[in-house]
Structures are given as C-alpha cells and as structure tokens.
Write a protein that binds this ligand. Structure first.
Ligand code: LLP
Length: 417
C-alpha cells in the first residue's frame, strides 16, 4: 500500500505526512501516483484478452494531474458535463476514449463533444435523443449513441447513490427500450453504437451486477436481432471499496471474472466506468487538530478540515478512517466525536471514534479521500478551498493551489443600485 505507517509516521509513498503538511499547509489533499497506477493496472490486467476500454469516471477526481497520469497509462474518461469533457481533453485523454453520460446534457456541451469527436454519448431520455440529433445535424455531424438502460436492479447501496432502480431518474425504463432504439434508428443525427448501464455506486456484492449483466446481454442479442448495430456494451462503474464500515469490497478480479463469464462471447467492445475503485484509496485529507473540547458527555476532536472539504460523511453518513499522523504507542485510547469547524451539526466525520489521545496542533489524516473528496468541496462558511498534492516516490507537487478567501472576495461584485 502506498499510504501506510513507516517508523510510526503515516507516509504517502516515501514522504512523511508531517513534512507534506509543513510544505503545503493544512488542510490539504494528498494523492499517491503509484496507487492510482496500481489500481488502474489491476483493472487492465484483469481485463487482459477482453476487448475493453476503461474510462475513469472523472466525477470521482477531476484534477488535471490525476486525469493526465491515468490517460498516459491508457485510461479513457467517462464525463458528465462539458466542464469534465474539457478537463479530460486538457489532460490529454484522446476524444476517441471519452464517453459522455448524464441526464441533463445541454446543447452547448453536446456541441463541444461532437466537435471533439468523442467515442460515445450515453443517452438517458427521448427528449435528449431528439435534441442530440438536432444539434448533431446542425454541426454537420452524426452522434454515436448508446442508450442508457435502467435494468431495474437494486444494487443494495445507499439510496442517494443507487441509480439502477425503476424509480431513479437515470436511464430508459426497460419497457421503453425497444421503441427508443427504433426512434434512434430513424433520427438523422444519430448513429446507434451500443448499450449502456450504471446501477449505482459503492456496490459491495456481485449479485446485482450478475442480474444486470445478464439482462443487458439478453437485450443486446434482442436489439441485434432487430437489426440494430450494437457494438459496444458500457457496463458503468460502481465497484465498492473498503471504508471502515464496509464489510467487504468487490475485488476487481472477481468483478472482471463475472464480466468475462457474461460478455466474453458477445463480440462487442466493453466499456467500463470505474471511479471510486480507481481513486478512493489513493488519497488522504491531511489536517490538524484545532482544539480538543471536553463537553459534559463527550470529547470533541475539532479538526481544521470540515464538511466543505470532505462532504461524504455529512451527505451520506459515510465513514472514513481517521489516522493520527504520528503513532505514539504509550498514549491511552480515548473516544472522540471527530468534527469540523463548520456551523452545522452534520459537520461530523465520526462519532465515538476510539483514538490514541491527541493534542491541539497534532496532525490527522482522513482516509479513502481520493474519490469524491476534493471534487465535492465548496466554499461554505467562506472557507478556503483545500489544495491538492500529488506524491510520486520522494517527490511531491502542488496540483491545485489553495483557493484563498482573497480569491473568493474577488468573485463577488457590488451592484450599482
Ligand atoms: N458512471 C456513471 C454514469 C456514474 O453515474 C457514476 C457515479 C460512475 C460511472 C462511477 O461510479 P463509481 O465507480 O465511482 O462508483 N458522490 C458519491 C458517489 C456518486 C456516484 C455517482 N455516479 C459518493 O461520494 O459516494
């Protein structure tokens, strides 16, 4: 593991967390390049022999440096906005490795993607399909399309990140798929290329995948029998990773064995959109203890990082590891509520967390912060936006500077009335 204790201090690759904090200030996100590459290669290796393209879900971590290192390793990108598309292209990911998902694509972003020549639009509704055909015709292009199908499976994940049930806003309902493909075949700006699904995120069992994959394969065969030229099957992302409260993660090898079992003879090119499983364990949010506050019932560990830096605990009740940067074995264990300084009760990282006694000014790392961390940051409570740092061996580089409050004050303007 690239993030581990060495001589009783947490290291990111060969660099001590305390030296990184000293150099870049607190709080800061730090990622391991080696871990990103190891995760990507694990996917690639497991897919050996399959015609598969691994498109990193940019929403999980959209820093240009991260996209660039994955792009150089051979990854494509799954984007969900014109902004993410611009990031992927700016990072050097070739357009022919980019797929574009999302329920609300606007015309300007469609145009951008058409002009860039992306691999595939994953279309989520009839009005979107009609609009895409119109926009493509206006630009003199034809859009390569997969219809995102909602396979109506319960992925057994948190309700805010389940996407493949009939009640969710995503994809085309199972019963409507045939007519949507028939429409796509008639529209002048559309060229049918494949099918697409994504059933949710942080999925910790293979069972929902098996159900969904089998349904998709059946669908592909039916659509092909109807004469639709289905050549790609995009199976989305969603692999669960280990957080402290996760009982089991889905191993990449087991997942890919299932993919192989179901799709190996499909004669289609497979597209995958993993986000979390490529990024979560690559990063930590380094921060410091601002205060220890002893209440009548509880002891609070008040950090200088908050929900505006790492939103997942407040938004999903997610739990991340809390690691003291320095291990001091003789310290007694104490229960803390680990909280941030934002004025919301929800600004809580963990309740009743057992930790070696800590003091103000000491450093702490929040684990599994490489996915859905920095990308979900806000400037709530007019706090600075936390910088991001990439480590490779014994080198480190600032890959996004801190967006200071001074910057933010300049964003606002006083009206002249
Ligand atoms: N493809 C599509 C179309 C998606 O909507 C998503 C995630 C992915 C791929 C990547 O899924 P992954 O492999 O990362 O599970 N902010 C939430 C996660 C939201 C995921 C939304 N869609 C969190 O922090 O848990």
């Amino acid at each position: 593991m690239a993030i581990a204790y060495q001589q009783q201090e947490l290291h990111i690759e060969q660099l001590a967390a305390s030296s990184l904090l000293q150099r870049y200030g607190s709080p800061c996100y730090v990622y391991s390049k080696q871990q990103f590459l190891a995760n990507f290669h694990a996917f690639e290796q497991a897919a050996t022999g399959l015609d598969a393209l691994i498109c990193f879900a940019v929403k999980a971590n959209s820093n240009l440096a991260v996209l660039s290192l994955l792009g150089k390793a051979g990854a494509g990108a799954d984007v969900v906005s014109g902004g993410e598309l611009r990031r992927a292209l700016a990072a050097g990911i070739p357009a022919e490795r980019i797929v574009y998902s999302g329920v609300g694509k606007n015309s300007a972003d469609m145009q951008l993607a058409l002009n860039a020549g992306i691999l595939q639009f994953n279309v989520e509704s009839v009005p979107e399909l009609e609009r895409l055909s119109r926009v493509a015709t206006e630009c003199g292009k034809v859009a390569a399309v997969a219809v995102r199908v909602n396979p109506d499976v319960d992925a057994g994940t948190h309700e805010k990140i389940a996407t493949g049930k009939a009640e969710n806003k995503f994809g085309i309902a199972w019963q409507q798929v045939d007519e949507v493909y028939a429409l796509a075949a008639r529209l002048p700006g559309i060229s049918i290329q494949g099918v697409d699904m994504h059933i949710g995120s942080q999925i910790t069992s293979l069972t929902p995948y098996r159900t969904a994959f089998e349904r998709m394969l059946e669908l592909v065969q039916r659509l092909q029998a109807m004469g639709h030229p289905i050549q790609t099957i995009d199976i989305g992302g969603g692999l669960g990773v280990l957080y402290p409260d996760t009982k089991q993660a889905v191993s990449i090898a087991d997942y890919m064995a299932l993919v192989r079992e179901v799709f190996a003879n499909s004669q289609c090119r497979l597209i995958m959109e993993p986000g979390r499983s490529l990024a979560a364990n690559t990063g930590v949010l380094l921060c410091q203890v601002e205060y220890i506050k002893q209440g009548p019932q509880k002891r609070f560990l008040i950090l200088d990082a908050a929900m505006n830096d790492l939103l997942r605990p407040a938004m999903y009740g997610a739990v991340h590891d809390v690691w003291p940067v320095r291990q001091v074995p003789e310290r007694e264990l104490v229960r803390y509520d680990v909280v941030g300084p934002v004025c919301e009760t929800g600004d809580t990282f963990s309740l009743g967390q057992l930790l070696p006694e800590l003091h103000a000014g000491e450093a702490v790392a929040l684990g599994q912060a490489g996915a859905y961390g920095a990308v979900m940051a806000s400037f709530y409570n007019t706090r600075a936006i936390t910088p991001e740092v990439l480590v490779s061996g014994n080198q480190s580089a600032l890959i996004r500077r801190r967006i200071e409050v001074d910057d933010q004050l300049n964003w606002d303007q006083l009206p002249d009335f």
